[in-house]
Design a protein around this ligand. Structure first.
Ligand SMILES: [Zn+2]
Length: 258
């Protein structure tokens, strides 16, 4: 594995434009149990209500039974309380510092890339710390409005301005990607990258696996960092079978050697 890491580090050193595509596995190294970016507290299990977690966390459920969706949003929010970015996020931000043409496309909703210092960031599923009213223009954050999921409030939370329902600014299951994210993905696809790395993502969403497939078609080196095998594993030039923080730390050590 060390020789693959040093090969990848050498390509990064020669690259101007680098794309990192990140998913749940990267945040898992922060002790966050992740479920396709939303929280892995429920792997293969049904909820108390006897429905799959995807249904509980869907746009349809939020419309019909917001108290159910919010119950699980709350559980995930409080489980994530106190978690912060890890060495993996840090290394990606460090690489952007020396290579300003570095971009991050993430499906994570936890804000760790931003707090680690990444600037060129596309959050396709938006960000769970932002909240907004579904009826008026009221916007707030989970820190301010819900004491960071620290104090229990009646669910769903109500807007102080108009009494409408408050929801997190995230893409729930069954919801469309926001226009902003679609435009950013479209722009990303027109950029030329020198290397594309998929980190801790299963690649099930087409907008996550798409850039890897495009890079492959253009002969751009592709890397997957993931302890598990995914649909991308056989497609990439370099497979690093390891956790995200460990592998990225190894890459950074190689880069700082030279
Ligand atoms: Zn309102």
């Amino acid at each position: 594995m060390d020789s693959i890491i040093s090969k990848v580090a050498k390509i990064i050193e020669k690259s101007g434009n680098i794309l990192f595509i990140t998913g749940a596995g990267l945040s898992a190294d922060s002790g966050l149990l992740t479920y396709r970016g939303i929280g892995g507290l429920y792997d293969d299990k049904h909820t108390d209500e006897g429905i799959p977690i995807e249904d509980a966390l869907s746009g349809e459920m939020l419309a019909k039974h917001p108290e159910i969706t919010w119950k699980y949003l709350w559980q995930i929010g409080s489980a994530c309380k106190g978690a912060k970015f890890n060495r993996g996020h840090e290394v990606i931000a460090l690489i952007e510092k020396i290579k300003p043409g570095t971009w991050v496309l993430t499906q994570n909703i936890d804000d760790f890339h931003r707090s680690a210092g990444s600037k060129n960031l596309i959050e396709v599923h938006e960000n769970a710390s932002e909240l907004y009213c579904t009826k008026c223009r009221f916007r707030t954050t989970s820190e301010v409005f819900l004491a960071g999921y620290g104090t229990a409030v009646p669910l769903p939370p109500k807007c102080p301005e108009c009494g409408g329902m408050i929801r997190p600014n995230v893409v729930l299951f069954g919801e469309m990607l926001p226009e902003k994210a679609l435009q950013q993905i479209y722009r990303l696809e027109s950029m030329k990258f020198d290397i594309v790395l998929s980190v801790g993502t299963s690649g099930v969403f087409p907008y996550i696996s798409g850039p890897v497939i495009l890079a492959r078609q253009d002969g751009v080196p592709t890397v997957e960092i993931n302890p598990c095998d995914t649909i991308l594993s056989k497609m990439v030039d370099f497979k690093i079978k390891a956790g995200a923080a460990e592998a990225l730390d190894g890459i950074w050590k190689e880069i700082s050697k030279s």
